[in-house]
Design a protein around this ligand. Structure first.
Ligand SMILES: Cc1cc2nc3c(=O)[nH]c(=O)nc-3n(C[C@H](O)[C@H](O)[C@H](O)COP(=O)(O)OP(=O)(O)OC[C@H]3O[C@@H](n4cnc5c(N)ncnc54)[C@H](O)[C@@H]3O)c2cc1C
Length: 280
C-alpha cells in the first residue's frame, strides 16, 4: 500500500528524490504498482505526472514517444505505426489501456510483456536519465536491446522517451493466451529490413511466461545468411531453442510454448518473405 506519494517537479528532481530514497518507485500509470500480488512491492512512490512525458512527436530521428504515453494514446495517435498499435491492443481492457504507460511496461520488462518484444523487434531506442553516485546527471540514448540485456543495471534509471527509428522496417507480432484478458504464454515479435532480395537486421524476441524475454540470435543470423532450406527449418530451430528454456505453468505446457513459438516465427518469416517478393 502506498504511504508516501511525492510528485517530482522535473526530471532532475525525480532522480534526486529517487537517490534520497532508493526504495521508492517511479509512479507512472500505477497499474502494476497497485496490482494485487504485484512483484513491485513499495510504500513510497515518486509520481511522474508533472514531467510532461505524455507527448508523441514526429522528429527527424523518428517518432518520439514520451515514457508516460498510455497504451490508449498509442492507439489513438496517427503518428504511431500499426505494429505498435496492435501490441498495445494486446492489453484487452480499455480501462487498463487508459492508465498503463509505455515506459512502465518497458521498466517492468515482464515475461508476459505486451510491448517489449515488439519494441525490440522494431529496434527502438530509449532516452534515459540517470544520476551517478557522485551526483552527476546523465542523459543517454540507448538501443532497447542494451536496456533489455542489462535490465537490472537500469533499475534506477528514468525512462523519458522511446524513439521509433524512421526506417523501412517490417515488424510483426503474435500473442497467445487462453483468453484476451489472461496472461499470455508467449508473445513473440519478428522484425527485419528488406534490402533488395535479402532480409537484414533480423530481430526475433519472445516473452515466454515463467522464463522471460528470449532472443533468437542464431535464428536471426541464419535468416540473414539465407541458410534455412525451408520454413519448417525455421520452425524447428525456434521450437528447439524455446524447449531449452520453457517450463510448464498455469498458462500452458512447455511443449505448447515451444511448438507455438516455432509456428509463430515461421509464419511471420513467411509473411515477411511474401512482402519481400511483392516488392521485387
Ligand atoms: C489486471 C492486470 C493485468 C496485467 N497484465 C499484464 C500483461 O499481461 N502484460 C504486461 O506487460 N503487463 C501487464 N500488467 C501490468 C501493467 O498494466 C503494464 O505493464 C503497464 O504498462 C505498466 O505501466 P504503468 O505506467 O502502469 O506502470 P507503474 O505501475 O506506474 O510502474 C511499474 C514499474 O515501472 C517503473 N516505471 C514506471 N515508469 C517508469 C519510467 N518512466 N522510468 C523508469 N521506471 C518506470 C515503476 O517504478 C514500477 O517499478 C497488468 C496489470 C494489471 C492490473
Amino acid at each position: 500500500m502506498i504511504k508516501n506519494y511525492k510528485i517530482a517537479k522535473d526530471v532532475k528532481n525525480a532522480l534526486t528524490l529517487k537517490s534520497e530514497n532508493p526504495n521508492a518507485a517511479f509512479y507512472a500509470g500505477g497499474t502494476e504498482i497497485n496490482r494485487l500480488n504485484s512483484a513491485v512491492k513499495v510504500t513510497d512512490v515518486i509520481s511522474l505526472e508533472g514531467l510532461g512525458l505524455d507527448k508523441i512527436e514526429d522528429t527527424k530521428k523518428g517518432v518520439k514517444i514520451g515514457a508516460c504515453v498510455t497504451f490508449q494514446n498509442l492507439i489513438d495517435s496517427q503518428l504511431i505505426p500499426e505494429y505498435l498499435k496492435k501490441s498495445a491492443l494486446y492489453c484487452a481492457s480499455r480501462t487498463l489501456r487508459e492508465m498503463a504507460t509505455i515506459g512502465g511496461n518497458l521498466a517492468l520488462g515482464s515475461d508476459d510483456s505486451y510491448l517489449m518484444p515488439t519494441l525490440l523487434a522494431a529496434k527502438a531506442r530509449l532516452l534515459t536519465y540517470g544520476l551517478t553516485e557522485k551526483g552527476v546527471y546523465t542523459e543517454d540514448n540507448v538501443p532497447i536491446r542494451e536496456y533489455h540485456s542489462y535490465h537490472r543495471e537500469f533499475s534506477s534509471t528514468l525512462l523519458v522517451g522511446i524513439i521509433l527509428p524512421k526506417e523501412d522496417r517490417i515488424v510483426l507480432s503474435k500473442r497467445f493466451s487462453n483468453t484476451a484478458h489472461s496472461s499470455s504464454c508467449v508473445t513473440v515479435s519478428f522484425g527485419a529490413k528488406i534490402v533488395e532480395d535479402r532480409l537484414e537486421e533480423v530481430r526475433i524476441f519472445a516473452a515466454i511466461k515463467s522464463t522471460g524475454i528470449q532472443r533468437y540470435k542464431d535464428v536471426e543470423n541464419s535468416i540473414e545468411n539465407d541458410s534455412f532450406a525451408c520454413v519448417e527449418d525455421v520452425e524447428f530451430a525456434v521450437s528447439t531453442k524455446t524447449s531449452e528454456v520453457a517450463v510448464d505453468d498455469i498458462t500452458s505446457s512447455s511443449q505448447y510454448k515451444s511448438y507455438i513459438t516455432g509456428q509463430a516465427v515461421a509464419s511471420m518469416y513467411e509473411e515477411t518473405k511474401k512482402i519481400m517478393s511483392g516488392k521485387e
